[in-house]
Design a protein around this ligand. Structure first.
Ligand SMILES: *Cc1c(COP(=O)(O)O)cnc(C)c1O
Length: 445
């Protein structure tokens, strides 16, 4: 048995947060690790299982972040650990472009099977979400012979030069870092709480903006997160994405669904795209795909994926065998349906609980999201004016009490919940109680 399986699924504090060992490590870190790497909660983690993080001081913290949506199937899932361990002992690296191995092919088969794209579907494997976005744009440019890249308000696509240009927020991603990538164009998104538009009307606004400011014939691709992640778990109005996909098809624009955060069972389906009734041309996976190991994929229509020619795509570490073995284990779990069912349960239990909190705390303007990708937007009561200070207070209170919570949104006024989908109903109830307390405490000081 994996010894981590003995970690009890409960919150338990034995020191203040952060504890003395974490404080000492934070001191060591500050000497040698660049401040460019931020830290949401400075407790150093030693072990983890399911939805519980155990820090160096022995505190057990409920993880509502999953390392930003990575350990979706749970920390140190036995199946993932066993598969990766066996692979580690068998062979760790050859490079697909030098001498291939089966697990790369097996992962691509699973991606082809699950991608919500009809006809023949092919993939490439890379290291990170940003690298997947970069490659998808590159492939689209070659396929269309055009250079324009359309992105949406509230978007987040990564931290490379191209992807940081594609993000909505200049700071902290692109501001001050020199030239932005060329030919990236931003358009209004669908954000029902703030624009009140139907999917159809919001799509008409996006399309009109792009036609007038760029022209459809100059666009290689439109990149959209079906549910926006960093932007605040923005769920578009029904029909929005389908209308955009239709317009892309009519105008020869490649529709890229960036499912780096929303994909791989996170929202109760393998891809969030499935909730919205449309077909992208390319779909991107990363974060949750290998149960905690680094792996990402560009998956799409074979005609597009094959357009660049031999030797044009890839990289040294892309599709590492250990990561692929872990991803195979994740897809085995997906074949059994448990991560999807668990994400649906999280939506019922956590989503239901958050709606109850909304009745009690008027600062909660909206509860939104799907599956285990849920958020609450915090505003000054009775308005849509963001209340970042309250979010900061709630996160601080939760962290101090052993619940790791993250923010999101252009104004950092969204509390997002991305727990491992395995999180038990008991742990969810505990999280809700801590947040309820946090709102009450914030109101009284
Ligand atoms: C995290 C994220 C990325 C970037 O992925 P990295 O692995 O951090 O490079 C891209 N798109 C979306 C939607 C993301 O959430």
């Amino acid at each position: 048995m994996n010894t981590n399986e003995k970690i009890t699924q409960e919150r338990r504090l034995v020191t203040a947060i952060p504890g003395p060992k974490s404080i000492a490590l934070q001191q060591r870190r500050s000497e040698v690790v660049s401040t460019g790497i931020a830290t949401a909660l400075p407790v150093f983690i030693e072990r983890a299982h399911g939805a519980i993080l155990v820090d160096v001081d022995g505190n057990q913290i409920i993880d509502c972040g999953s390392g930003i949506g990575v350990t979706t199937v749970g920390h140190t899932d036995a199946r993932v650990v066993d598969a990766a361990t066996a692979q580690l002992k068998a062979v760790t690296h050859t490079l697909m472009a030098v001498t291939p191995y089966e697990s790369y092919v097996a992962v691509a088969e699973q991606l082809a099977k699950h991608a919500p794209i009809s006809g023949q579907v092919k993939s490439i494997l890379v290291n990170s979400g940003a690298e997947a976005v970069e490659n998808a744009v590159k492939i689209s440019r070659k396929y269309t012979g055009r250079s324009g890249v359309a992105v949406l308000n509230c978007a987040y696509h990564g931290r490379t030069q191209l992807t940081s240009t594609m993000n909505h927020k200049a700071a902290p991603y692109a501001a001050g870092f020199g030239p932005r990538a060329a030919d990236v164009f931003r358009a209004p998104n669908s954000f029902p709480l703030h624009d009140g538009l139907s999917g159809e009307a919001a799509a008409a606004r996006t399309i009109d903006h792009l036609e007038k400011t760029v022209s459809a014939g100059d666009l290689a691709c439109l990149v959209a997160e079906p549910i926006q992640g960093e932007g605040g778990f923005v769920v578009p109005a029904d029909g929005y994405l389908a209308a955009l996909a239709k317009w892309c098809k009519e105008n020869g624009i490649v529709f890229i669904a960036d499912e780096v955060q929303s994909g791989i069972a996170r929202t109760g389906t393998v891809y969030a795209t499935e909730h919205f009734g449309f077909e992208p041309d390319l779909i991107l996976s990363a974060k949750g795909i290998a149960g905690g190991l680094p792996l990402a994929a560009v998956t799409g229509r074979a005609e597009i994926m094959d357009c660049t020619g031999p030797g044009t795509l890839g990289g040294t570490f892309g599709g590492n065998p250990v990561s692929c073995a872990a991803a195979k284990a994740v897809f085995e779990l997906i074949a059994e349906g448990t991560p999807q069912q668990n994400a649906q349960r999280v939506e019922r239990v956590l989503g239901g609980g958050l709606r109850k909190l909304q009745e009690k705390h008027p600062a909660i303007a909206e509860v939104r999201g799907k599956g285990a990708m849920l958020a609450i937007e915090i505003t000054k009561p009775g308005t849509l004016n963001p209340d970042k200070e309250l979010v900061d207070k709630i996160i601080a209170h939760a962290c101090k009490n052993g619940v790791l919570l993250l923010n999101a949104g252009l104004n950092y006024n969204v509390l997002r919940f991305l727990p491992p989908v395995k999180i038990s109903d008991e742990l969810i109830a505990d999280v809700l109680a801590v947040i309820d307390e946090a709102f009450t405490a914030a109101a009284s000081n």
